[in-house]
Each structure stands twice: as structure tokens, then as C-alpha cells.
Design a protein around this ligand. Structure first.
Ligand code: SF4
Ligand code: SF4
Length: 425
């Protein structure tokens, strides 16, 4: 950290000692996984900087926004529409965490068979180590999986204001109607919270800002189709992870700059790994910072990850909202249309996800898929069987990995991943 932020963290009520431990573990992990690697694109320096200031400068910016009377909204799911949040001049930050914390306290509240993503959200709050959740004026939950749906009833006791969005579970007309109604209800709640009326012009501006971010990410992903891939999967994942915290305009500018450099790399045939390296797509549960365990193992074994079929990746961040409707209702409907395409495993049935995954394998010239699940994640673990069957029928090799945030299974995972890569054609 380039400044002493301790007074700021103290004012947010953080446990400074525990927070020091978290930052030091995060910094060490980051050095090992990212900074120690050679030949990374120069454009990644921006993202290294953001990560080095993730609890510093960005929090200072959020607090400055609050001092101006703007609001900070925290969310756990990519169905929470950033466009509406931006339309009120508020900031949206992702609250998912990728590390265990305050495990004993969490175990007193949650059942043991709860996924690590939910446990870590509770752990960061109970351990008072997350300045994002402490800065949030409103935390938005959603009834996606059962763990989250019921978990929010307990989380509501820990934060000043929790709002729960009722998301559809089937891609039916009734389901679509529910999404539309829920986005309208969220619009009302945001207006009430901020005192800002969401006009068509404000909403269009919000859509444009978020579209620019998604367009920049799509440009980055499309560059990974080349062999050699000009950027590692780890760096590309980091960019997606940073998209959940950073100022969107600044972030888009940094990704666009990175893409220009990667286009140059493609012209020169320069890759993150040599041409002909084994190429895989990772599919499944989202990976939040600092969950880099599996990608580090895969790329440490000499393969390159060329795509993420995940909410911290294409599934959650692709597709744009049509900016052309003239009125607010039309723009809201365009948002419904965009979000309706997210094929999360909470939907049943969910064949679109499997089709999308096969398309990614072809587009990114991948030789196989690693299906990644957090233990106790029923939607993705159950769906894994259908994914496996369909890919097998299409002749696409798949490795299923069920894991958590612990490091105990690293050696075993390395052995399984190496054996899988060995057999790829
Ligand atoms: S996996 Fe499903 S529940 Fe999780 S962020 Fe994505 S859409 Fe939301
Ligand atoms: S990883 Fe699975 S169980 Fe955990 S919050 Fe996401 S959908 Fe729910």
C-alpha cells in the first residue's frame, strides 16, 4: 500500500490485526501466482496496481463518493444489474470472496455442508476484514441457490440494509416476467435509497458505461483464440475479477490499452505459453479473488487456459444491452433481454449452458474442459453430470474437479490435472 490507510480502515470498523494478516497472505499469494511470472504483458501493470491498492485507493474513492452523497451498493451475483445502479450515480461492488476467513465463527452459524463462496462471505463479514462490505449502503442478495437464499436470512442480521432479489429459476415466459418485475422493483428501491430519479437518459448512460466494459472484455477474450494465446488464463481471469471492483470507465480504458498490446503480440506471434501448448476451457462455479488455485495448477503444468465459462468470465460478463430504445421502459426491457441470456445452473433445465460451452471449446480451439465445482454447490455439481455426458458424446475430454478454498488437495489436483493434460490430443 502506498499510503497509510489505517485510519480509514479503523473508521470502517475493520479488525486491524486480522486485516493485516489477510493483506499479508493476499500479497504473498499474489507475488507467487502473478508477479513471479515472466513475460506478462506490460498492460497488466495496471491490474497489479489495482490489486496492490484493492483495500486502499479504491476504498478511498468509494468513501469519497459517499461523502458527495452517492451510494455504494454491494452484490453477490451477476444478475444484479449494474446499469440501474450506475443510473443513480451509485457505485456497484462485488462482495464474493475467494478465501476462508473466521472459520470457527462461520461454523457456529452455517452448516458444514455450505459452499466456500457463501462461507467466505460470512467469514469476511464476521471477521471484519472486508472494507467493501463495510462501505456498502445496501447489500443486494438474490434467491439463486438454496444456500444463498437461506443464508441471506442470517446475513440480514449482520448488515444495516439487505435487499433480496427474487430471480426466476426457469427460462419460461413467466420467468421472464418475474425478472422484469424484479428489475422494476429494484429500480424503485434504488430511487428511494438515492433520491435520484432514473430517467431514460440516466439509464442509457449507465448502459453505455457497462456496455463499454463488457465490449472491452469481449475484445480481450477474442484475442485468446489465437495460438499462441497472447495472455495467460491467470492474467485474463484477474482482469475479469478486477471488473467487479474497479471504476468502470478507468477499467475499460485499461483493458482497451491491454488489448492493443495483445494485438501487437498476436502480430508478432508472441504468446503467454509456446504455440502448440495444450489449451483448456474452465467451466463451472465463479472464482473470486484470491481464488487462483486451480488456474495456477493448470498453467503451472504448462497448459494455457483460453476461456472461462463462469460468471467471472464469459457466462456472466458477455452480451450487451441494446442502447437504442428511446424510453426508460424500452431500455429496461433491453436489460431484461441481456440478462435473460445468462445460463447459470440455478435454471432448470439449462441446455443453453452446455451449448455455450461447446461453442467456446470450438471458438477457442481448446482440446478439453476442466469442470470446476466448489464442494457442496448443488446446482453446478448436479449439472456436471449432464455437461460431462454431452461433452463425451461430442468427443470433448472433460476433467471434473470438486474442491474448496483450502490448500490440502493441491498435490492431488496437480497429479490429476497433469494426467488429464497428458491425454489431450
Ligand atoms: S453462478 Fe449463478 S448465482 Fe452465481 S453469480 Fe453466476 S448467476 Fe449468480
Ligand atoms: S458456488 Fe454454488 S452453492 Fe455456492 S453460492 Fe454459488 S451457486 Fe450457490
Amino acid at each position: 500500500m502506498s499510503e497509510d490507510y489505517r485510519a480509514m480502515w479503523e473508521s470502517l470498523g475493520l479488525d486491524l490485526e486480522a486485516h493485516d494478516q489477510l493483506l499479508s497472505a493476499l500479497g504473498e499469494g499474489y507475488r507467487q501466482v502473478f508477479l513471479s511470472r515472466e513475460g506478462r504483458p506490460r498492460g497488466m501493470e495496471y491490474f497489479d496496481f489495482v490489486m496492490s491498492e484493492v483495500h486502499g485507493l479504491r476504498i478511498k474513492e468509494l468513501l469519497a463518493a459517499k461523502a458527495e452523497g452517492r451510494k455504494v451498493i454491494g452484490a453477490f451475483c451477476v444478475f444484479v444489474p449494474e446499469e440501474l445502479v450506475r443510473a443513480t450515480g451509485s457505485e456497484l461492488v462485488g462482495l464474493c470472496a475467494g478465501a476462508d476467513f473466521a472459520e470457527e465463527e462461520v461454523d457456529r452459524i452455517l452448516p458444514r455442508n455450505t459452499c466456500a463462496l457463501i462461507k467466505s462471505a460470512f467469514g469476511f463479514k464476521l471477521g471484519r476484514v472486508c472494507p467493501y462490505v463495510e462501505s456498502a449502503d445496501l447489500v443486494v442478495g438474490e434467491n439463486t441457490c438454496d444456500g444463498k437464499k437461506k443464508g441471506y436470512e442470517l446475513f440480514a442480521e449482520l448488515v444495516p440494509q439487505l435487499y433480496v432479489m427474487d430471480l426466476p429459476q426457469m427460462k419460461s415466459e413467466a420467468g421472464r416476467g418475474l425478472l422484469r418485475a424484479e428489475y422494476r422493483r429494484f429500480q424503485e428501491r434504488l430511487q428511494e435509497l438515492t433520491g435520484v430519479e432514473i430517467t431514460a437518459e440516466r439509464l442509457r448512460r449507465g448502459i453505455q458505461v457497462v456496455n463499454r466494459k463488457r465490449r472491452a472484455l469481449a475484445r480481450l477474450w477474442s484475442l485468446r483464440r489465437h495460438d499462441p494465446a497472447p495472455i495467460s488464463g491467470l492474467d485474463a481471469l484477474l482482469v475479469s475479477q478486477v471488473s467487479f471492483y474497479d471504476d468502470p470507465e478507468r477499467f475499460s480504458g485499461a483493458v482497451e490499452k491491454l488489448c492493443r498490446e495483445l494485438e501487437e503480440r498476436v502480430r508478432r506471434g508472441q504468446g503467454a505459453a509456446p504455440a502448440g501448448s495444450k489449451r483448456v476451457v474452465i467451466s463451472g462455479c465463479p472464482m473470486a479473488v484470491p481464488n487462483w488455485k486451480l488456474p495456477a495448477i493448470v498453467e503451472g503444468a504448462g497448459a494455457v487456459i483460453v476461456g472461462e465459462e463462469s460468471c467471472v468470465g464469459e457466462r456472466g460478463l458477455r452480451h450487451l444491452v441494446d442502447e437504442s430504445p428511446s424510453d426508460r421502459d424500452g431500455l429496461l426491457e433491453a436489460m431484461v433481454e441481456r440478462y435473460w441470456q445468462i445460463d447459470c445452473a440455478i435454471f432448470t433445465p439449462n441446455p443453453q449452458r452446455r451449448r455455450g460451452l461447446q461453442r467456446m471449446v470450438a471458438d477457442y480451439q481448446a482440446q478439453g474442459v476442466i469442470h470446476y465445482c466448489l464442494q457442496f454447490c448443488q446446482p453446478y455439481q448436479m449439472e456436471a453430470m449432464l455437461v460431462e455426458r454431452e461433452l463425451e458424446a461430442a468427443g470433448i475430454p472433460l476433467l471434473r474437479v470438486d474442491t474448496d478454498y483450502g490448500q490440502e488437495d493441491v498435490e492431488q489436483l496437480k497429479t490429476r490435472v497433469e494426467a488429464f493434460l497428458e491425454m489431450l490430443g
